[in-house]
Design a protein around this ligand. Structure first.
Ligand code: FAD
Length: 369
């Protein structure tokens, strides 16, 4: 953004963002709405393909962000959680006024791409970021040109982090999910969550009704030295009937991916390059929910870049760190769960007030009745 109209601007963009998912879209729209020239690079040709998220949106994100404009036909409201102990005994949990939205996630991702274009963002689909070099006052991005700021919204294994010498996520969960298009659960109005050290050490399994079918998955703690693939078939054989899954279902697409679980990375921003969302490790280490935090973080960084370039505001690098949730308590819980997970306390205490209270804290952010 040149302040003198007589000077030609040596920069092709104010902001290049890598990744058109939640963090990248939020960052791009926030900056474009404040007048910046924004380019978004997305390596997928179709933003709705090859997903690696269940796409469940929490109430706060559904009401307090631009995601409140996602067309209603793309979402399904779920107000209850059914928590299953390893023995498959279950308890129903809810909190007055609280809900989640399951989504037709491919449609939501395409809708986000349309929002980018409506807001004047130059969205380049099928365009992968490969490399960038530091130049005076910005970055030279291979195949794109010069930009004042470069944002990596490119997920848990960020190439921007790698090429720009920023911090990388070190600890992950690994999640796998089947889609069953057109299928219907016996109890579609609950999010069914399964605790099992055998199938999901370090996390949980889940079954949910989306607007287009059933999604069923599980995630476990990823150990790079002894990588284990979640055994989703055995898991569904074990829990399918209890969770109300119809018999003889055949999965359509599979969604899979790494989920950061160790909190924000050190060195997430430096010298005009900033990481947001999963690339910056901004995912709850306990719930593994990252859509809301990715959105908020991306939005804060987009606004900070605009404030810097338009009004000489504080450096966006510092703002990126300030806007990142620290997840201190959740990191402590993650540490404990990694080391002290046993099945028997859940089997024994599922109906006890302390366990119901703790589950309410996790699922409803302290609002459980
Ligand atoms: C199986 C699974 C289920 C999950 N379910 C939920 C859930 O229900 N609710 C929830 O809140 N969170 C969930 N999460 C976490 C959540 O999906 C992420 O936290 C969230 O998607 C992060 O958004 P992001 O924009 O930071 O990154 P991502 O969604 O990972 O997006 C990164 C984007 O960058 C693009 N990209 C990557 N590299 C390049 C490159 N070199 N050039 C160009 N583009 C590139 C990718 O194609 C992608 O579009 C789940 C995660 C997994 C793995």
């Amino acid at each position: 953004m040149s302040t003198d109209p007589n000077l030609s601007d040596p920069f092709d963009a104010d902001l290049v963002i890598v990744g058109a998912s939640f963090a990248g879209a939020a960052c791009a729209i926030a900056a474009a709405q404040r007048g910046l020239r924004v380019i978004v690079l997305e390596r997928k040709r179709d933003p709705g393909e090859k997903l690696h998220t269940t796409g469940i949106i929490v109430k706060e994100a559904a009401e307090q962000t631009l995601l409140n404009r996602v067309p209603a036909a793309m979402t399904r409201r779920i107000e209850q959680v059914r928590l299953y102990a390893p023995s498959l005994q279950q308890v129903a949990l809810a909190a007055p006024g609280y809900y989640f939205l399951t989504t037709d996630t491919p449609a939501v991702m395409r809708w986000l791409a349309a929002q980018l274009r409506e807001n004047g963002v130059d969205l380049r689909l099928g365009c992968a970021f490969t490399d960038a070099d530091r130049v005076d006052g910005g970055w030279q991005v291979a195949g794109v040109g010069r930009t004042r700021y470069l944002v990596g919204a490119d997920g848990a294994r960020s190439r921007v982090a790698q090429r720009c010498g920023l911090g990388s996520v070190r600890q992950f969960l690994y999640g796998v999910e089947y889609e069953f298009p057109g299928a219907r659960l016996a109890q579609p109005d609950a999010l069914h969550c399964f605790i099992s050290k055998r199938y999901a050490p370090g996390y949980i399994g889940w079954i949910a009704q989306s607007p287009t079918g059933i999604q069923a998955g599980l995630a476990l703690r990823h150990d790079p030295t002894n990588a284990r693939v979640p055994d989703i078939d055995a898991f569904l054989l074990r829990v399918g009937q209890a969770g109300g899954l119809p018999r003889r279902l055949h999965p359509g697409h599979t969604r899979a991916g790494l989920i950061p679980c160790s909190g924000p990375v050190a060195d997430m921003a430096r010298g005009g390059a900033v990481l947001v969302g999963d690339a910056a490790g901004i995912v709850s280490p306990v719930t593994a929910g990252g859509i809301h935090s990715a959105w908020d973080h991306g939005w804060a960084v987009g606004r900070a870049v605009a404030a810097r370039l338009r009004d000489g505001g504080p450096p966006p690098e510092a703002m990126a760190v300030d806007a990142a949730p620290r997840f201190r308590t959740k990191r402590a819980l993650r540490w404990a769960y990694d080391r002290l997970q046993f099945d028997w306390p859940f089997d024994l205490l599922l109906y006890s007030p302390p366990l119901r209270w703790a589950a309410g804290q996790v699922y409803f952010h302290k609002r459980r009745a």
